[in-house]
Design a protein around this ligand. Structure first.
Ligand code: IFM
Length: 444
């Protein structure tokens, strides 16, 4: 596929298109006085990250952001979703800010506005300052107040120019992926640490919303990642396993923020490990938000498994897969959009804050053909349109990602960008998907 089947005119007039990125994955953490993070020590530990790669240089966006924003603007995008590195702003996690870090986000913000791009910030996209990790990180209840301080400092500087802000990207990754599965920093595999991290990440979300309201800010949201849980068969055991997967992955965080309650199948394993008085935190966690962001990439086929809770196994599915080994299942996006509106958010605007695919893209004669990505995005946007036509209030779509970047534990091998990055020379080359999106968004 070389072209999209849609143009901007196929979406509501005020529908927003953007690309999404994050600080540690693109900026180059070694530059500009940023403090160490738990990702630096995690990556330096053999076996955690492919080839022990880290975010020291990444895409060198710290020095090349103007070129990158030029690319985003020329593609016809309305918005640029970025994140602010806590350790760049507060190298110790709390206390004295790094003036260079604040200046960087100030310049970045102005550079977006100069190009007509709406700045859409995420406060935290996973690089926890090491001094706070040393104090227990997300396991420590004090993180609510540490995060509130960071929010005040960074939004006190750039909050006046933000189009939208969400406190935390993908709470499931901060909690479960990093503390139960151990795949991300801090690499723990411990159910008690997990329960606390999952709860505290929502507490921190609520504290940040309170702080930003206090600063007079609006258009504040929450961004969750979702995976559709597909039972391997219709046996009661498989159905129960999929229900537990769904509760932990998808419903826990939505339930906390929009219902002030956690789902039973998740509480079954987590409740004994939650901090004392956890229910009292719901008044902070349920601070009203203005929109809900959905990050969606794939589904999982789930079957039962003996042994300790959570009693499920992720099984190999039959659908075509991306470079990540993730099944391509656009229906899941439609299902999440409709279900989220029906069961959690009602009329609140929904934004697809991330969607995209990794592909083994290579440069040939200065071009990068990626028909797979065009087909993937096209199919998912088709499901977005279907949801809109049925009255679901979807108001935007952000492609992950603008640039090939640091894919965490998988290093630099997995290419998610619509712009190719040569990680030796750092040269950017727009892929075929970039040109196709530009045509679709700027067509008259
Ligand atoms: O690269 C990540 C990003 O940091 C968060 N959402 C999913 C992407 C692809 O795995």
């Amino acid at each position: 596929m070389t072209k999209f089947t849609f143009t901007r005119a196929d979406f509501p007039a005020d529908f927003l298109f953007g690309s999404a990125t994050s600080s540690y994955q693109i900026e180059g953490h070694a530059f500009g006085g940023a403090g160490p993070t738990h990702w630096d020590s995690f990556a330096a530990t053999p076996g955690n990250v492919v080839r022990a790669e880290n975010g020291d240089t990444a895409c060198d966006h710290y020095h090349r952001f103007e070129e990158d924003l030029d690319l985003a603007a020329a593609a016809g995008l309305d918005c640029y979703r970025f994140s602010t590195s806590w350790a760049r702003v507060l190298p110790e996690g709390t206390g004295t800010p790094n003036a260079e870090g604040l200046d960087f986000y100030d310049r970045l913000t102005d550079a977006m506005l100069e190009r007509g791009l709406k700045p859409c910030a995420t406060l935290y996209h996973w690089e926890l300052p090491q001094p706070l990790a040393d104090l227990g990180g997300w396991r420590n209840r004090d993180i609510g107040n540490w995060f509130a301080e960071f929010t005040e400092v960074i939004m006190g500087r750039i909050g006046d120019r933000m189009y939208s802000v969400a406190p935390i990207n993908e709470p499931w990754c901060v909690g479960w992926l990093s503390h139960f599965l151990g795949h991300h920093a801090p690499g723990l595999r411990d159910v008690r640490a997990t329960a606390r991290a999952m709860h505290h990440v929502l507490l921190a979300h609520g504290r940040a919303i309170e702080v930003m309201r206090g600063l007079g800010m609006s258009n504040l949201g929450a961004v969750f990642n979702f995976e559709w849980a597909h039972p391997v068969d219709n046996t009661p055991e498989a159905l129960a396993a999929a229900e537990t997967y769904d509760a932990i992955y998808n419903r826990f965080f939505l339930g906390g923020v929009f219902k002030g309650a956690y789902p039973e199948p998740a509480l079954k394993g987590l409740e004994p490990h939650l901090p004392k008085g956890w229910q009292d935190d719901f008044k902070t966690i349920t601070q009203p938000v203005d929109w809900c962001g959905l990050n969606y990439y794939t589904r999982k086929v789930i079957g039962p498994e003996a042994g300790p809770w959570p009693h499920y196994a992720e099984l190999d599915g039959p659908l075509p897969k991306t470079q990540m080994g993730w099944e391509i299942y656009p229906d899941g996006l439609y299902q999440f959009l409709t279900r989220t509106a029906a069961e959690y958010t009602g009329d609140l605007p929904l934004i697809v804050t991330e969607n995209g695919m990794a592909n083994a893209d290579v440069i040939r004669d200065g071009t990068v053909p990626d028909p797979e990505r065009i087909a993937y995005v096209d199919a998912h946007l088709e499901r977005v349109r279907q949801a809109i036509s049925e009255g679901v209030p979807v108001e935007g779509y952000f492609l992950w990602s603008l640039l090939d970047n640091y894919e965490w534990a998988l290093g630099y091998e997995k290419r998610f960008g619509m712009v190719h990055v040569d990680f030796d020379t750092l040269v950017r080359t727009p892929k075929a998907s970039y040109h196709a999106l530009k045509d679709a968004l700027t067509a008259r």
